[in-house]
Design a protein around this ligand. Sequence first.
Ligand code: NAD
Ligand code: MG
Length: 301
Amino acid sequence: MTHDHPPKPDLQDPTRQYPRPPFQQQPQRAPGLAREMVPRPDHGEESYVGTGRLAGRKALITGADSGIGRAVAIAFAREGAAVTLNFLPKEEADANEVIELARDAGVDVHAMPGDLTDEAFCQHLVGEAHRRMDGLDLVVNVAGKQSWQESIRDITTEQFDATFKTNVYAMFWICKAALEHLPPGASIINTASIQSYDPSAILADYAPTKAAIVAFTKALAKQVAKDGIRVNAVAPGPIWTPLQPSGGQPQEKVEKFGANVPLGRPGQPVEVAPAYVLLASQAASFVTAEVYGVTGGHSSS
Ligand code: NAD
Ligand code: MG
C-alpha cells in the first residue's frame, strides 16, 4: 500500500512523556488513594486503546482499585476480558472509578472487595470469580504491601507477618485455589519488583517478599507447564502509585521518586499494563517462568 502522506509516527521522548521529579510531599495513610495523589497517576483512563487481544478471556485481578492493578484492569477490559476486581473495602472510592471505566469497555465487571491476608477469603474470591464469570483463565496478583523502616529493629513481627501475608501467602492461596479451575491456555501473572534483585536498605521485609515471588513464579511455571498453564511475573521499577507516599517510602524519597533511573522519572501505571497484556495473551504462548522488567532502565535481573 502506498500513502500520499505517510502516517505520522507516534514518536515521543520517554524522558519527557510523563511528570519528572521533584514532586511535593504528600503523606497518606496506607493503603492510600490514587485520587489524592499530585499529580494524579495515569492508569490509561484516557489513553489506553485495546485491540481485542483478550477477547472473551476471564480475569481475576487483585489490587485493582489503584496503581498498577487499576491500569491492568482498564487494559484487560479494553482488550475484551471480563474482569473480577479485588481491593480493600476502604478503597471503594478508587475502585468505583475503575468499575465504571471497565463497564464502559462493554465487558462483565464484578467487584469483590476483601482482605487477602485471610486464606478463607482468598479461596472464596477465586471460587466466586469463577462462578460469576462462568470461567477463569487469567489470574493477576497485583495487591501488595510496602512499609519502609530505617532499621530492622523497627520492623515488628506484626509488620513482617502482614507484608508476607499480603505479598506472598495471598499469591500462594490464590494460585492454589485457581489451579482447580484454570484450563489449558490460562495464564497467571504475579507482581515482583526491582526489589527482588536490588533490595533497598529500608525495605528489609518487603524486598524478600518480592524475591520469593520470583522464585515461586518460576517453580510453579515449571510445575504446571505440562497442564498448558503459563506463569510469569512483571518486575516494575519506580511507579507513581499510592503505595509509595502511603508509607512505602519516606516523604523525602517521594519528592525525588524516579530520579535515579536512567529515564529520570517514575513510570506511570499505564506504562506497566502492556507487559501484563502481553503475558496474558496467546501472543506469549512460548513465554513462561519469565520475569518481565519495566524499570525505566534500572534493570538488574
Ligand atoms: P497500589 O497501592 O495502587 O496497589 C496496591 C494494592 O494492594 C492496593 O490498592 C490494595 O488494593 C492492595 N492491597 C494491599 N493490602 C491488601 C490486602 N490485605 N488485601 C487486599 N488488597 C490489598 O500500589 P502499586 O504500586 O500499584 O502496587 C501494586 C503492586 O506493584 C504491588 O505488589 C507492589 O509491590 C508492586 N510494585 C510497585 C512498585 C512501585 O514503584 N509502585 C514497584 C514494584 C512493584
Ligand atoms: Mg489502592
